[in-house]
Write a protein of this length. Structure first.
Length: 66
């Protein structure tokens, strides 16, 4: 396919998709808020687990050297 024809088809399809998105706008702030909260909860769970794991690990000073 010639590059000019490909570019014209791409521009037409992009314009069509852009018009469809303006017809049905998504509530972006609500989605961003939910994703942000989910990431915070996951991060807190991961840090909580690592603290518990670190607290139960043996200390190097408690290990006797022969």
């Amino acid at each position: 396919m010639h590059a000019d024809v490909h570019h014209l088809l791409h521009a037409a399809r992009a314009a069509e998709l852009q018009s469809q998105t303006t017809e049905f706008p998504l509530p972006r702030t609500a989605l961003r808020t939910r994703v942000g909260r989910t990431l915070v909860v996951v991060g807190l769970r991961l840090t909580g687990e690592s603290r518990e794991t670190a607290a139960t690990a043996p200390r190097t000073s408690a290990i006797r050297t022969a």
